[in-house]
Design a protein around this ligand. Structure first.
Ligand SMILES: [Zn+2]
Length: 310
């Protein structure tokens, strides 16, 4: 269904607003990250291994999403599509891929034979394409979370810059995976400018807000993440849960959190896209251009430095 501009924007900073800590934490680390490598080969097809854990949380239901005209999910901003049943949850992870934390989240999800939606930052995808490919290989759904985690409600950004953040983010994820991700998008800090909501509708991209926020980026320790989520999910009875695979405390909290969800009778719903996102050639080309910078010659010293006089 069509999501019209100006629709149900609960507040400028909703209960789910998150990621504000990113600029302080990731930006400094990102500066030290390696330059993008040459475009990686296509990700291998997800392999279906049988679940070896008889007490695993597992997957309760798989739904396929038709993103035509940009449907919105997550009651914090979009209240039309109430598709989750009582005690159903969707696990979502933002801001990766990132060393250590994202692989830890993948390990826990694999041990519990369950799944989530990952919303990577485009730049991070170019730093660590091999980690994002592990996410895809494990069969999880991958969308996008802009190119550089810009707040798209920032009035200093032009409309073209906002579109570039969205499009280049998808192109970067496609570059990292070697194949197009799902047309699933989450706005940084859940800031939903109406004109970009409309734009995503024209691009047939589904928009993911959330039903409950872990506020894991603010948590002082893993137990706080667990307590926040369990308190909220018990109150709501179901929902799309916003977490960050970028965050150490989230990775550490996940094993116990998933045990608690299982013990509470919650079931994980896997959301898959009916068709992949259609990236725009202009932005695919920009990623390729960026990925070649900077280049360092690998020519042997003897071919670079010639003694011409002694
Ligand atoms: Zn974020």
């Amino acid at each position: 269904m069509r999501i019209a501009a100006g629709l149900i924007f609960a507040s400028a900073v909703s209960l789910c607003a998150s990621g504000s800590a990113w600029s302080q934490t990731a930006a400094s680390k990102a500066a030290a990250a390696p330059a993008p490598a040459p475009a990686p080969a296509a990700a291998p097809a997800p392999a279906k291994a049988p679940c070896a854990n008889p007490n695993a949380l597992g997957i309760g239901r798989i739904v396929e999403i038709d993103t035509t005209a940009g449907p919105g999910f997550g009651f914090e901003h979009f209240k039309q599509l109430d598709f989750l049943r009582d005690h159903e949850v969707v696990l979502t992870f933002d801001d990766g891929p990132w060393p250590v934390n994202t692989p830890s989240v993948l390990k826990t999800l694999a041990e519990e034979c369950t799944t989530g939606i990952f919303f990577p930052i485009g730049k991070h995808a170019t730093y660590y394409p091999e980690i994002l490919k592990q996410v895809a290989a494990a069969g999880h759904t991958i969308g996008s979370h802009t190119w550089s985690h810009a707040n798209l409600n920032n009035k200093k950004l032009t409309e073209d810059q906002r579109k570039e953040e969205i499009e280049k983010g998808f192109s970067a994820v496609k570059w990292a995976l070697g194949t197009s991700p799902a047309p699933f998008f989450r706005f940084p800090a859940l800031q939903h400018p109406p004109e970009m909501v409309t734009y995503l509708g024209t691009r047939n991209v589904g928009i993911f807000s959330c039903d409950l926020d872990s506020f894991d980026f603010r948590a002082s320790k893993p137990q706080v993440v667990i307590d926040n989520i369990m308190r909220k999910v018990e109150k709501l009875g179901k929902g799309i849960i916003l977490m960050h695979d970028f965050q150490k405390h989230t990775a550490e909290a996940l094993p116990e959190l998933l045990h608690k969800l299982k013990a509470g009778g919650y079931k994980v719903v896997q959301m898959r896209a009916k068709a992949p996102v259609q990236t725009l050639a202009q932005y695919d080309a920009e990623i390729l251009k960026d990925s070649k910078l900077p280049t360092v010659s690998s020519r042997p010293v003897s071919s670079v430095v010639q003694t011409i006089s002694e």
